[in-house]
Design a binder for this molecule. Structure first.
Ligand code: NAD
Length: 314
């Protein structure tokens, strides 16, 4: 049988990760890029990556690496990419003007029911789809890096995105083995970055005020809270932490939560190149020198393979 075709626009880090996820689930994938050299690199990287995962026993899906690779094709024609695609996953660099001009190009090429999902980490879908003919078929499907081992996808509709486009995207993500959450409406930072930034702000304040070192503040997550959060969210964590469940938890600790929260202070200016940032950078670079970042990323990804396996059993 002919498999449904998925189009991927942009063949960089995230575009390649999506190609692997779709091919693992047996979809036919076509990748498009403005740079031919990027497509050549993508093909080489996919070959290397899929075979290496196969050797480690970490390849997803039922197909062999060579079979998955055979499902992935390449084109430099946007028109060809769009033709017969049921879903297009956009993965171009995070620049609003670039996304806008790409979406207005796509707008003229799209068929009746092709959904276009952006991988954007920061742009609400209304920012780039406003005013387009086919804007009701456009939304955000935001993955976390590396998507192959982190199943969350945030689906974010614009005010004009149809419920059908949202639901089809949700089902598509489930068919990949990803774990989508659907925001009822768009909001700055979606959910992941809103929560991530709340943590970053408090971590920053604790280091800036000299209460904890960078290594120790990170330990609070990596050796503490993070172990719970790798299994449960913060509300289920609370639910399990009081004899009578979550209602009991907030009855017992609600006053304490409010009292501590009142002491947080203003949002730090993390952009200013002041003493706080210099100190955080100094300590981070002592822990992991810049020259060793790639090695550390590789170690993280290697352990995420184990964690992903464990998570499936929980
Ligand atoms: P990248 O720079 O690795 O890849 C971008 C690719 O897009 C390049 O191959 C480039 O040649 C191509 N490109 C540029 N202009 C194009 C155009 N007009 N048409 C087609 N292709 C074009 O970027 P990335 O890290 O893969 O990020 C892509 C998107 O994914 C961004 O929106 C980013 O916010 C999002 N995202 C990234 C991460 C991450 O950790 N890198 C995580 C989640 C989401």
């Amino acid at each position: 049988s002919v498999q449904k075709k998925i189009g991927i626009v942009g063949s960089g880090l995230i575009g390649r990760a999506w190609a692997m996820l779709f091919a693992a689930a047996g979809y036919t994938v076509q990748m498009y890029d403005i740079l031919e050299s990027q497509l050549v690199t993508a093909q080489q990287e996919l070959d290397k990556e899929l075979h290496s995962l196969e050797e480690k026993g970490a390849l997803r899906g039922q197909l062999k690496a060579s079979e998955q690779l055979a499902l992935i094709g390449f084109t430099q024609q946007l028109e060809e990419l769009v033709r017969d695609a049921v879903h297009i996953q956009e993965c171009v660099p995070e620049q609003l003007q670039l996304k806008k001009s790409l979406y207005s190009q796509l707008d003229g090429l799209l068929g009746g029911d092709t959904v276009v999902a952006s991988s954007t980490s920061t742009f609400m879908p209304s920012l780039y789809s406003e005013g387009l003919q086919r804007r009701q078929q456009m939304l955000v499907a935001h993955p976390l890096n590396p998507p192959y081992f982190i199943p969350l996808v945030e689906i974010v509709p614009a005010p004009w995105t149809t419920a059908e486009a949202v639901e089809r995207t949700r089902l598509l993500m489930l068919s990949l083995g990803q774990r989508p959450v659907t925001l009822k409406r768009e909001i700055e930072g979606f959910a992941t970055n809103r929560i991530q930034y709340a943590i970053l702000n408090e971590v920053w304040r604790l280091v800036e005020s000299g209460i904890l070192s960078v290594a120790d503040v990170d330990r609070v997550l990596s050796q503490g809270l993070g172990l719970r959060y790798a299994l449960l969210g913060s509300l289920e964590t609370a639910h399990l932490n009081a004899p009578g469940g979550v209602a009991d938890y907030f009855k017992r600790f609600g006053a304490e939560i409010s009292a501590v929260s009142a002491t947080y202070g203003p949002t730090p200016d993390t952009q200013a190149e002041g003493a706080a940032l210099a100190e955080i950078a100094r300590q981070c670079e002592k822990l992991v020198p810049l020259a060793e970042l790639d090695q550390r990323r590789a170690t993280r990804d290697a352990f995420l393979i184990h964690l992903a396996r464990l998570k499936k059993q929980f």
